[in-house]
Design a protein around this ligand. Sequence first.
Ligand code: DX5
Ligand code: ZN
Length: 216
Amino acid sequence: METIISPSILAADFTVLGKQIKEIEKSDAKYLHIDVMDGLFVPSISFGMPVIASIRKHTDLFFDVHLMIVEPIRYIETFADIGADLLTFHLEAAEGRVEETIDKIHALGCKAGLSIKPGTPVSELEPYVQKLDMILIMTVEPGFGGQKYIPSSTEKIRETRDLLERYGLDTAVEVDGGITAENVCVVKEAGANVIVAGSAVFKGDIAANVRALAEG
Ligand code: DX5
Ligand code: ZN
C-alpha cells in the first residue's frame, strides 16, 4: 500500500504559510493536514474557515481536514464548500450521529474519515468501517503539536488493520501525533499508510524531512 505523507500546518510559520505550502508542493507530500480545534473538544483553538479558504485558492494539494470540534455535523457543509477533500471527525464528538455525519460528508462529495483518541478502543469503530474512506488513530492526545508518540498506539494500529481485513477492506489508516523519521517505520509496519507530521516536517528543510518520513 502506498504511503502518503500529510504535513500538518499546525506546525507551520503562519507569517510565511503560503511559501511553506509551496515547499510542500515541491516535496513528495500529496496531502495537507489541516487541524481545526474549537477550544471545547480539545483545550486549544487553532484556525478555521478564513485560513482554509485562503490557502485553497493557492494550492491543489489534497486537503486532509481533521475536525477536533464538538458536533461536527454542524460544520460539514461549510468545510466542504471551502475546499476540504477529506473530512475526518471524532467518534467521541459526534454524539450518536456518526453515521449521519459520514453520510453528509459523502453527499457533499468529500471523503469521510473517523478518528479515535488514545483512550477509545478500536472496537468502537466497527459499526462504521464499511462506510469509511479513512480511519485516523490518534497517537497523542489531540489538541497540541509537538507531543511524544504514545507507544500503546502501535497495537491499536495493528488492531485497526486486522478489523479492516476481517471485512475485506483496504481502507486508509492514518496516524497523527509524535511521528518522526525515527519512529515512522513502527507505525508503517503496524499498518498505517497515511502519516501526519507537524514538527518533524516544519523544523528545518521541509522537502528533506518529508523524504525522510516517506523512506523511513
Ligand atoms: C494534534 C494534531 C496534530 C499535530 C501533530 O492534535 O491533530 O495534527 O499537528 O503534530 P506533531 O507531528 O508535531 O505531533
Ligand atoms: Zn491532526
